[in-house]
Design a protein around this ligand. Structure first.
Ligand SMILES: [Zn+2]
Length: 313
């Protein structure tokens, strides 16, 4: 049994969003150590605030300040905090209904252990030392045994309001391509392209996914395809991607390798861009140490008949 591969994978990007009037006031308020909610038509106060009443869908803009103290309505203990979470020691995720609010806010509670946390316990905001207009301006909540506090009367008008935020999004995980693609990748290391044939419809999938998406049955019969193939369709890329050192413009195409019933994609070079065409016969060009072909180039054969690849478009 060949080894099933796995590898760490990180997908990350900065997510930029504008805030609108309500979220802008809420986050600017946090920067100024003020927690704002929004009052609905029937007098409830929602924290965190939303722009539309979740019951009536009515637009709501009536900002109102709530207290920085509140009551835990439910919680869960986090034994092993991960990168980017509010605290780097074990803590409780809590829903806190701040004094003056009718709904609860999700945040972290700094507590010595799960036996010190309970529903109904009193907590207060611990402000971050440096605040920028983000939910992280509340560093966390902490247990509080003082008197109830009254909210201030801020109405949400601020100098230099925060109008947008950049939220870094990051997925950090282990990816396993499974048996079929592990075999495919292992074969590529020997510069061979191996697909799998569906036992029902006889189509050869490259790269193989381990099952035929049309018939819904597992595939296991390995079939070597290529190395030559036919360009089924292509585009000219004029936008330079980050971390990609290919000069634009270049041609990227779908290539049906001989024997395959699915086109894979690759860069096409060794021919002027405006001479690339459907039906062009190509072969892979490998560079030393590469795990997949660098690009495909013309073989010089006559173009393939449209009928031979029309089902692969
Ligand atoms: Zn099938």
């Amino acid at each position: 049994m060949p080894e099933v591969l796995k590898a760490p994978l990180v997908v990350e990007f900065p997510f930029t969003r504008s805030l609108g009037p309500v979220q802008s006031a809420f986050l600017t308020g946090l920067r100024e150590r003020v927690v704002l909610g929004v009052r609905t038509g029937d007098g409830r106060v929602l924290v965190p605030p939303v722009e539309y009443d979740p019951v009536t869908a009515e637009e709501i803009r009536d900002l109102t300040e709530v207290a920085p103290t509140g009551t835990v309505t439910t919680w869960a203990w986090n034994h092993s905090p991960r990168r980017g979470q509010p605290l780097d020691t074990p803590f409780a995720w809590v829903l806190v209904r701040l004094d003056g609010a009718d709904t609860a806010l999700l945040h972290a509670l700094d507590a010595p252990g799960p036996d010190t946390v309970h529903t109904g316990m009193r907590v207060r905001v611990r402000w971050a030392a440096e605040r920028t207009g983000a939910i992280t301006d509340i560093a966390c909540f902490e247990p509080y045994d003082g008197d109830p506090t009254s909210p201030g009367d801020h109405t949400g008008e601020f100098e230099e309001p925060v109008t947008g935020i950049v939220a870094p999004a990051r997925l950090d995980y282990t990816y396993s391509p499974g048996r079929a693609q592990s075999d495919y990748i292992a074969a590529l290391s020997g510069r061979r392209t191996v697909g799998e044939r569906c036992p029902s419809c006889r189509k050869v999938y490259v790269p193989p996914r381990g099952a035929c998406p049309t018939c819904g049955v597992a595939t296991s019969e390995q079939v070597e395809v290529g190395p030559r193939g036919t360009v089924t369709t292509f585009c000219i890329v004029n936008i330079k991607a980050r971390n990609l050192d290919i000069e634009v413009p270049y041609v990227y195409g779908h290539i049906a390798l001989d024997g395959a019933d699915l086109a894979l994609h690759g860069r096409i070079a060794g021919i002027p861009n405006d001479e690339v065409r459907m039906g062009l016969r190509v072969e892979p060009v490998w560079t030393e140490g590469a795990r997949y072909p660098d690009h495909y180039r013309p073989t010089g054969e006559p173009d393939a008949d449209y009928d031979t690849y029309k089902e692969l478009l």
